[in-house]
Ligand binder design. Structure first.
Ligand SMILES: [Zn+2]
Length: 47
């Protein structure tokens, strides 16, 4: 059975930060897997 792309994306769970579990804003880039706070922590830690 074919699913329309709209139905497919609706069936996905909300994207969550892989670190703290915050639900990510859908406007984030698709590759972002962490919320802004955790992303900033990562950037800081890499310095
Ligand atoms: Zn987070």
């Amino acid at each position: 059975m074919m699913m329309s792309s709209v139905e497919f994306f609706r069936s996905l769970p909300p994207k969550q930060c892989t670190k703290c579990g915050n639900v990510l804003n859908e406007m984030h880039e698709s590759y972002v897997q962490q919320c802004e706070e955790c992303s900033e922590e990562l950037v800081t830690a890499r310095k």
